[in-house]
Design a protein around this ligand. Sequence first.
Ligand code: NAD
Ligand code: WQD
Length: 342
Amino acid sequence: MRILITGGAGYIGSHTLLEVLNAGHEAHVIDNLSNSSPTALSRVKQLTNRDFGFTEGDIRDRDAIQSAVDAFQPEAVIHFAALKAVGKSVVDPMPYFHNNVYGTLVLLDALRESSCRRFAFSSSATVYGDPQYLPIDEQHPLSVTNPYGRTKLQMEGILEDLARSDPSWSIALLRYFNPVGAHASGRIGEDPNGIPDNLMPFIAQVAVGRREALNVFGDDYDTADGTGVRDYIHVVDVARAHLAAVDWCAGGDGEGRGCEAFNLGTGRGTSVLEMATAFGKACGKPIPINIAPRRPGDVATMFAHPGKAEQTFGWRAEFSVDEMCQSSWNWQSQNPQGYSAE
Ligand code: NAD
Ligand code: WQD
C-alpha cells in the first residue's frame, strides 16, 4: 500500500515509518521538522535499507500538501503531525488550534481531491479527561482538560462527521496512552527539545547524566505507593498498531469502515516509582529522585482497556515495562544528546 505519513520524522512517526517500510509498503513523509530532526529519517533509511519520499513542509500549506498527495496518490494516511505539549497549549493555545485542527482540515481537504479514504488519526487518552472508572474503555465519557486535549477531541468529532457524511471513509481514531521506549537498534528514539515534560525521557536524561534527579510529582496519591500510575506502552507496539489499523481500514470489502476509536495501551498500570526502579535496573544504577509537589492537572491513575483493538484488528501490546526501559536506555546511552550530535 502507498502510505502517506505526516509527522513521520517525529518520535512515534519515525518508529511507524520503519515498521511500514519493513512490512513492504511504500511511504511518503510530510514533516516541517518543527519538533524533529532529518537524522531520524536518514537512520530509518539505513535501518530498513528502503527509500521513501519526503516533503519538508507544513500541513497548513495547502499547495505543498496537494502536490505531495497528487504525486504520491496515497492509499492510506497516517496523521501524526501536531503539537503535543499540554502545558504550552494552556499558556499559548493558538498554535495548537492552527497546527492540530486547521492543519488537519487542510490535509483532509487535499485528500478530498484524491481517492484516498483511509485515515489513521493520532488521538490521545487525554480525550477521556479525569477517569470516571478503570480500566478506561472506548465507551468512557469524553471531556477536555486543556487546549491540546480540545484539539484531539475536536478532530475526533470532525472525523466522525466526515465518515457519517461519506460512507467510503475508513477512519481509525487511535487513542494512545503513554508511549515510551525506542527501536531495538537504539538508532531512533525520543528526543525532546529542552527539559522533558514527560516521565520517561526525563528519567533517561537523569540516567545519562544530563539531569541530576527525577522530580516525582506527588507521593500522596491514592495509589499503592502514592505516586501516579499510567499505562506505559512501547513505541514499537504503538507503531505496529498503526499497520494493523491501516489494514483494517483497507479491509472493508469495498465499503468504508466508518469512524471507530481504539485504545492503544497495555491494560497495566505502572507507578512513577516503579518506572524509576525499572529504569535503574536497565541502566545498572539507581535513578536519584526528589519528592516534589503534585503537578497541576495530573490524575492519580489511568490505564486502558485495550481489548477493542485486539478484537477488531488483532493487535495487542507485546513489550513489558522492563523492555521499554531497556530500549529507552539503549537509545539514550548511544545518543546522549539525542540527534543533535549529528
Ligand atoms: P513529535 O513531536 O515527536 O512528532 C510530531 C511531528 O509532527 C514532528 O516531527 C513535527 O516536526 C511534526 N509537525 C508538527 N506540526 C507540524 C505541521 N504543522 N506540519 C508538518 N509537520 C508538523 O510527537 P510524537 O510524540 O511522535 O506524537 C505524534 C502524534 O501522537 C501527535 O499527534 C501527538 O499529539 C500524538 N500523541 C502523542 C503522545 C505521546 O505521549 N508522545 C500521546 C498521545 C498522542
Ligand atoms: C506520567 C507520570 C506525572 C514527569 C502526557 C499527556 C497526555 C499524553 C501522554 C499526548 C505522571 C509523573 C512526570 C516528571 C513525574 N500526551 N512525572 N516527574 O501526564 O500521563 O500524559 O503524555 O497526548 O496527553 O498529558 O505523562 O509522562 O508527563 O507523566 O513524576 O518529571 O509521571 O506526574 O504521574 P501524562 P507524563
